[in-house]
Design a protein around this ligand. Structure first.
Ligand SMILES: C[S@@+](CC[C@H](N)C(=O)[O-])C[C@H]1O[C@@H](n2cnc3c(N)ncnc32)[C@H](O)[C@@H]1O
Length: 236
């Protein structure tokens, strides 16, 4: 990571766009309930273990974070929008503290019980020292949201914070060209195997077609075939 840490691959215009989306409450990706795939596979994420630290890259205000914290896990999230983070705590009815991150790259918002720590900073400036090593990663709407040329840096960062016996669950989509007006980016299985390379083994836990109700929720044409996939990635 030494050389990578010096690289600046921040995409300022993308960051401005995301921040504005939160200010305008234009957040069609946000789910009101726990993500169904996480609900189905939580035991694969935790391997049935208690008291884990679970990492949420590009966390938004995902209700999944509160759900896992209520199960007794610690949660670490990274999100560029302070609006998203403050709204998360408000909607979860949780009091929080706010402090600067040591090296001035952003802020840490932490629940009073210290079980949920959300770093408001650019994912590409996040450092392992901020939240330490983690037992599991739930990646929904994260790898698929970043630019394709940021993926290599992002994945190195994820693997640098994931304990060797940790589990990385990745949710992503396959769909015909033009199905979504803006993101997410499509990610195919062969790309995942290529990205994680020889260091990890990848297996698919499920695939499913988006239902009519889900298509409607996302404002997508009812005839469009969109497949959700969940992969389990572990280090060899
Ligand atoms: C597609 S949303 C997914 C949010 C969340 N994972 C969920 O499942 O609801 C992507 C989120 O990443 C945040 N984001 C985008 N670029 C980021 C960056 N470089 N660093 C940190 N957060 C970022 C956006 O503000 C947005 O909340």
């Amino acid at each position: 990571m030494a050389n990578d840490a010096d690289k600046d691959i921040t995409n300022e215009s993308s960051i401005d766009h995301w921040k504005m989306s939160w200010v305008e409450n234009s957040i069609p990706f946000h789910l009101l309930e726990v993500h169904p795939s996480l609900g189905r596979h939580v035991d694969k994420l935790t391997k049935g273990r208690d008291n884990l630290t679970i990492f949420f890259p590009l966390c938004g205000k995902a209700v999944d974070m509160r759900w896992l914290a209520e199960k007794g896990h610690k949660v670490i999230g990274v999100e560029i929008s302070d609006v998203a983070i403050k709204t998360f705590f408000k909607e979860a009815n949780l009091e929080f503290t706010e402090s600067d991150i040591k090296d001035g790259e952003g802020k840490l918002f932490m629940s009073k019980d210290e079980n949920i720590k959300l770093f408001q900073c650019d994912m590409f400036k996040y450092k392992r020292e901020f939240g330490g090593m983690v037992d599991a990663i739930w990646d929904r709407g994260a790898l698929e949201a970043i630019d394709v040329d940021q993926r290599e840096f992002y994945l190195k960062l994820m693997l640098s914070i994931l304990k060797l016996d940790g589990v990385y669950l990745l949710h992503c989509f396959e769909f015909p060209d033009g199905a979504f007006e803006t993101g997410p980016h499509e990610i195919k299985q062969n790309e995942i195997v290529e990205m994680f390379g020889p260091k990890c083994s990848v297996d698919k836990l499920e695939d499913y077609m988006l239902s009519q109700a889900q298509l409607e929720f996302h404002g997508i044409d009812q005839d469009t075939k969109i497949q959700g996939n969940v992969y389990r990635i572990v280090q060899k």
